[in-house]
Ligand binder design. Structure first.
Ligand SMILES: [Zn+2]
Length: 285
């Protein structure tokens, strides 16, 4: 039987309390995943990171961590790449303290490079991070390049798969809303599209990358350059449709972690969990 986990990207909107106790709150409302946000810099102490990890394991909440936004492995400037390596290494270290299984990050921007040149730069920067992980003996943390929402960003499904294949100890993080926005609302509009993405990952990277498949979900608005902003699930004017994504995931039968990036984080995580449970019972009969 497959397992789906649901949780918020960052501090739940209805939670008032310390970061280290978030897992208890999530368990109490029926959620079992948490993506710690270090998007504006890694600011948690080792002690708190370890305590958060202990509390998460006590609550059966699976933890992941989102690295700082200010990372660009395909910059024209060497010092920006150096700082990107440092920031990602720092996030990996904290992930290791927390027991977070994957470090999610946006690889970079094309910024004047051809896509294949930018991709090569991303891979060579990430190989430096892998060296760091090996030298520190960090073996339980995966790197998670994310599918990005803007057409100026490195991060198509194919690019993310290539990065994982070349860098190793990496798994694709599938942001369904980003893929949808990048395609200007033309992809992730049918169950077949969802299955195609999952099949490509399995074919190129093997079952390990899907065990579980780490996903982000929300609805999203987009313009000419792709992503504009994440919107709530109840917004009927925007996509993608969670039912389509969920049906595709159930069809393939893959363990999945779904992190809600909706503006109402945990509330929409619970909406998605409900949709999943309804689909699952229909699936079984
Ligand atoms: Zn992200």
């Amino acid at each position: 039987m497959v397992r789906f986990r649901f949780g918020p990207a960052g501090k739940p909107v209805e939670y008032r309390g310390s970061t280290v106790d978030i897992p208890f709150f999530l368990k109490s409302i029926g959620l079992d995943a948490f993506e710690y946000q270090a998007v504006r810099g890694v600011r948690i102490s080792r002690e708190d990171a370890e305590l958060l990890g202990v509390n998460a394991r006590k609550s059966d909440v699976l933890v992941s961590i989102h690295a700082p936004y200010y990372i660009n492995f395909s910059s024209q400037k060497e010092d920006v790449i150096d700082r990107s390596v440092e920031r990602l290494c720092e996030t990996v270290k904290v992930a290791n303290y927390m027991g977070a299984y994957v470090v999610v990050f946006h690889p970079g921007y094309y910024g004047g490079f051809k896509p294949d040149e930018a991709l090569r730069k991303v891979i060579s920067g990430l190989l430096r991070v892998r060296e760091f992980m090996e030298s520190e003996g960090i073996t339980s943390v995966w790197l998670g390049p994310e599918t990005t929402g803007k057409t100026s960003q490195v991060g198509s499904v194919d690019e993310v798969i290539s990065i994982c294949r070349e860098v190793g100890k990496s798994r694709p993080v599938i942001d369904w809303a980003h893929i949808y926005a990048r395609s200007k609302g033309t992809y992730i509009t049918s169950i077949d599209h969802v299955i195609e993405v999952i099949d490509r990952i399995e074919k190129e990277l093997g079952r390990d990358a899907l065990n579980p498949l780490h996903c982000h979900f929300s609805k999203i608005s987009y313009g000419r350059g792709g992503e504009r902003e994440h919107v709530v699930l109840a917004d009927k004017a925007h996509g993608p449709d969670f039912k389509i994504v969920c049906k595709g995931l159930l069809e393939v039968g893959v363990d999945t972690v779904i992190i809600s990036e909706s503006p109402i984080l945990e509330k929409d995580a619970l909406v998605m969990k409900r949709v999943y449970e309804e689909l699952l019972s229909a699936y079984k009969t």
